[in-house]
Structures are given as C-alpha cells and as structure tokens.
Design a protein around this ligand. Structure first.
Ligand SMILES: *Cc1c(COP(=O)(O)O)cnc(C)c1O
Length: 362
C-alpha cells in the first residue's frame, strides 16, 4: 500500500489525488482583510456603520437559550420575518450561510459536468469558480461599453443551465433595469440568478420580477446593507417549486442558531436600514464628485462603492500609494478588459481622508 507521508512524497504526487478540474482551477481570491489595525478600509464593500443594536440583543438571547441543540434547518424565524418585509410567503425564501452559500447551492443544483453557465464580464469572479467546481463550461459575456448587456447574453443555447447577473454589478456599480431582465429571462432556457448583493443601495430591484417569472431567482445578503459581513447570512427569493428542490442540495444546518437570531433581528429593523442607506447614498454622491474634481472618470453608482479610472495615473500606482498611507481600496485588473479602482463608500470622514491623500498624488 502506498502511504502519503508529507516528508517523502513530492507535491505532485499529492496533487494527483485531486480531480483534474480542481488541479487546473484557481480559487477565488477575496479582498484583503488586514489583521493590523489602523487602516481606512475601503476595499471590500463592508458597511462603515454598525448593525442594528437589536442584533446584539438577539445574539445574547440566543446564547442564553444555549447552543447544545441543532438550529432550525430552515431558519423559519428568519423566513417569516423576511417574508413580511418583502411581501412573500416563507416558502419563497431559502436562507444561506452568506449569499455565497446561496450561489453555491444554486450552482450545485442546476449545473453538472459539461453543462454551460453564463455571466457578464467583468463582474463577480466567484461564479466562474463555482462553475469550474462542477466541471461546467464557462461563458463570460463582455458587457457593452455602456454597461448594458449585449444581445449575445440572451441567446439560448443547448446545455446552458444557469445564468448569473449581479445587479447592481460589481465592480461597475451599474444596473440593468428590471423590465430588461424579465425580457432576458423569457428568452433564456435556464434560471437567471439575479445577485442583488447591492440592491438596497439601488433605485430598483427584481423582487416583483420573481413573482411574475418563475425563471428569475433573486439572491440577497446581510453582509453589505445590514452591516453583517462577519455574521455570514444571505437568502434567496424564488418560486416555492424551486426552493423545494434547492433545500435538498443545501447542508442540513447551513445557518447556525446565533446567525439565524441575528439575521431575524436585522431584517426586522428596516428603520435602521433606511437610515444607514440614506447616509451611504449621501456620501456616495460626495465621493463621486470629489473624485471627479481630481480628474477621475467615475461611473454613476447604484451600489455602496464606485468604480473609477484616471487618465494620467495608473490605477495600480494609485492603489500602492494609498496603501502606503494605510488606505485600502480595491485594485481590480480584468484580463482582456482593463483595470481600475473600486472604492467602498465609507463614512464622510474616511472619504475625506481618501480625497486628501489623493490630492498630492494625482
Ligand atoms: C459581497 C457579494 C456577495 C457575497 O455576499 P456574502 O453574503 O457575504 O457571501 C455576492 N455577490 C456579490 C456580487 C457580492 O459583491
């Protein structure tokens, strides 16, 4: 018998144990989370304001109830509360361990070996990673220069099993309007998963489209607008016939007791969300205007970040210069497309610090 001993086996022998698609693929690289303190952190679209105080109370109460029992596998308390807020019965809602979990569940449920997935480019890179795990064929469809979708995105194709559409999109912050999305879903032969991670910062969303069109699935997260990125909670809104099948694919206890309690309290506090949202939208306008004055090209954003480029200065150099001053923004480079900076809308004070730091370097 061959035994694997890390002292004697070479790396390639261990690599050979893995499925070829795993060996060939790159993992998803999340934005940097510096362990040192003192950074102005504008790189991963977290909320600069704390979550509702009701979240902490709910976690304390859940802790007092104890953790020795398994949690509710369907997070029913959350689904009831979210259903009330959005006007859906709880059987239209699936809870997940962050919306990345929801994306994983959908990909595993719809996509198998040799199937095709489609998503626009540049957008969220996790979709490709999830597809490669399933040994799917990946179709990245380039956005038009005006950030609308080309005709190609709607073309039905054999073996096309899932299309993803981040809306608002990251990194651009731009948005496709719901009527366009409904027309798109009508033509596609597969589910259209609208990833609404940033919808709470936008003027429109696709929740009504879900009611009208069974093919449209909407995912949401509590990480950004509800300021709970550290908690890990997201959810899907879709027709009950779809939710019923997806439940078979998820981990039995994909959300823990503390996060279910916390997420329920967070979603119930819509007044807190509205207040936070208003502050972030006001700061977004200030950030965009400030960057414009410094000679940046800034896209109109419907999210809690802005995408910008500078005619004279390289985005990568600006990123590095800011980092030296302990200001973290996200430098994004997309092969075949280009690069730029994605800057999260922080507090007014953080944005002032950023703009002041940029002044002498641009
Ligand atoms: C942040 C983000 C997510 C993931 O959110 P989590 O709930 O934290 O997993 C999903 N999609 C997009 C486009 C995002 O930017």
């Amino acid at each position: 018998m061959k035994t694997f001993d890390t002292r004697s086996e070479s790396v390639s022998d261990v690599d050979a144990l893995f499925r070829p698609n795993i060996r060939a693929m790159e993992g998803y690289t999340p934005g940097e989370q510096p362990q040192e303190s003192g950074f102005v952190k504008l790189n991963t679209n977290e909320n600069p304001y704390p979550p509702s105080p009701k979240v902490e109370q709910a976690i304390r109460r859940a802790l007092l109830r104890g953790l020795q029992k398994y949690p509710d596998p369907l997070a029913t308390a959350f689904r009831v509360a979210a259903g009330k807020v959005f006007g859906f019965d709880p059987d239209w809602i699936l809870a997940g361990n962050g919306s990345d979990d929801i994306l994983t569940i959908c990909t595993r449920a719809f996509v198998g070996t040799g199937h095709r997935i489609r998503y626009p480019y540049p957008s969220y890179l996790l979709y490709g990673v999830l597809g490669r795990l399933q040994e799917a064929k990946i179709e990245e469809v380039m956005f038009r220069p005006d950030w609308n979708l080309p005709e190609e995105f709607a073309v039905p194709e054999e073996d096309l099993r899932l299309c993803y559409l981040p809306n608002p999109n990251s990194p651009s912050g731009t948005m496709i309007r719901p009527p366009t999305i409904e027309a798109l879903a009508e033509r596609l032969p597969c589910p259209l998963l609208v990833d609404e991670a940033y919808a709470d910062f936008a003027d429109e969303n696709c929740l009504d489209s879900v009611r009208r069109c069974q093919r449209i699935l909407v995912s949401r997260t509590l990480s950004k607008s509800y300021a709970l990125a550290g908690l890990r909670f997201g959810f899907l809104i879709a027709h009950p016939d779809i939710i019923r099948q997806l439940r078979k694919v998820k981990d039995s206890y994909n959300c823990d007791a503390l996060s279910i309690a916390a997420a329920t309290a967070a979603i119930e506090d819509q007044a807190w969300l509205r207040e936070n949202r208003a502050k972030i939208l006001a700061t977004r306008a200030r950030l965009s205007a400030g960057l414009g004055e410094l000679g940046f090209q800034v896209l109109d954003s419907q999210a809690n970040f802005v995408w910008c480029t500078h005619q004279e200065r390289k985005a990568e150099d600006l990123f590095a210069a800011l980092k030296r001053q302990k200001i973290l923004v996200r430098y994004m480079v997309y092969p075949r497309w280009g690069d730029g900076l994605r800057i999260t809308v922080g507090t007014d004070a953080e944005i002032d610090t950023l703009l002041e730091a940029l002044k002498p370097i641009v």
